[in-house]
Design a protein around this ligand. Structure first.
Ligand SMILES: *[C@@H]1O[C@H](CO)[C@@H](O)[C@H](O)[C@H]1NC(C)=O
Ligand SMILES: *[C@@H]1O[C@H](CO)[C@@H](O)[C@H](O)[C@H]1NC(C)=O
Ligand SMILES: *[C@@H]1O[C@H](CO)[C@@H](O)[C@H](O)[C@H]1NC(C)=O
Ligand SMILES: *[C@@H]1O[C@H](CO)[C@@H](O)[C@H](O)[C@H]1NC(C)=O
Ligand SMILES: *[C@@H]1O[C@H](CO)[C@@H](O)[C@H](O)[C@H]1NC(C)=O
Ligand SMILES: *[C@@H]1O[C@H](CO)[C@@H](O)[C@H](O)[C@H]1NC(C)=O
Length: 244
């Protein structure tokens, strides 16, 4: 049973909860909910989590609570998944990383704020698995790009595919950037013909999903079936983790 005391301090609602198991969810991945902005449910209301000290350990616990093995990255920049509409729940979570739910993490008192900002804490986000992978290359850092969307790995169409796009993919996978950008018409893997089409990154996005693209196109919409490929530079790829 959840015990709550509500204070009103200058328009900020402060809640004290005891031993209530806090629900979390990720908003950003429409299909598997494996990455995105972290929302918590307090008093029956879902709201964006704003945390000032959000880091990989907090993300690990969030992902574990959701049934994944852990997190690949924790992002706190407001541009990655936005801050959402509606309530923002503020707390400065300080998880060690081995807790099984965020309720067990060291934390302050929950309060509700209008915006997540540098004073209240950035909107917290987490990525529990990497929804991007490279297929068919001679090494792990090379291959044709696939993106996990609607329960299926999709190809990225090679039209307008360039270095900026490739850099975003490589950096997200934990590499420095791309050293080669190419397209390939080989028929690897499944035949699902829904493509991520006309990707146009500026190069500063932190994920391919943040880049402008014209959508998920079916069938013959990608000229000559040219698939986007990359070779990444640098030796460190991030470990894949979680359910895949
Ligand atoms: C987590 O780690 C800390 C320090 O390493 C330890 O004291 C604590 O018992 C651990 N908690 C769990 C739930 O394993
Ligand atoms: C690209 O296509 C060639 C054949 O044209 C093939 O040998 C090669 O393995 C392909 N590369 C990738 C990464 O799929
Ligand atoms: C996801 O796939 C299903 C079945 O293939 C399809 O009916 C649905 O429209 C797809 N949803 C999106 C958002 O693409
Ligand atoms: C894809 O389609 C081609 C020809 O339409 C077929 O030969 C091939 O086996 C299919 N591949 C898979 C993985 O279904
Ligand atoms: C895509 O092609 C398949 C078979 O080639 C056809 O059954 C399907 O209706 C097509 N889908 C669209 C959206 O054109
Ligand atoms: C990947 O994980 C393994 C064990 O979990 C670790 O030994 C290795 O250093 C990690 N590699 C990278 C690139 O993080």
């Amino acid at each position: 049973m959840e015990a709550m005391i509500i204070f009103l301090v200058g328009g900020v609602v402060t809640l004290k909860t005891t031993a209530a198991n806090l629900d979390v969810r990720l908003v950003g991945d429409p299909i598997r909910f494996s990455y995105g902005r972290v929302e918590v449910q307090l008093k029956g209301t879902w709201g964006t989590l704003c945390s000032r000290q959000w880091d990989i350990n907090d993300a690990h616990v969030t992902c574990r609570q959701l049934g994944f093995d852990g997190a690949v990255t924790a992002r706190s920049s407001s541009y990655s998944f936005g801050q959402g509409t509606g309530i923002k729940w503020k707390n400065d979570l300080q998880c060690i990383g081995n807790e099984s739910s965020i309720t067990e993490c060291r934390q302050d008192t929950w309060s509700s704020v209008s915006f997540c900002n540098f004073r209240t804490g950035y909107p917290s986000s987490a990525m529990c698995t990497l929804p991007v992978r490279l297929i068919g290359g001679l090494s792990a850092k090379e291959g044709l790009v696939q993106v996990y969307y609607n329960s299926t790995w999709r190809w990225v169409c090679g039209e307008h595919w360039n270095k900026q796009d490739a850099d975003v993919v490589c950096r997200w996978l934990g590499y420095l950037g791309s050293s080669r950008v190419y397209t390939n018409t080989t028929h690897l893997g499944g035949n699902d013909t829904t493509w991520m089409s006309n990707v146009q990154c500026t190069g500063s996005e932190d994920s391919l999903f943040s880049c402008v693209h014209v959508g998920w196109r079916r069938n013959h919409s990608c000229a000559n079936n040219r698939k986007a490929g990359v070779m990444c530079s640098g030796s460190e790829g991030k470990n894949r983790t979680g359910r895949s």
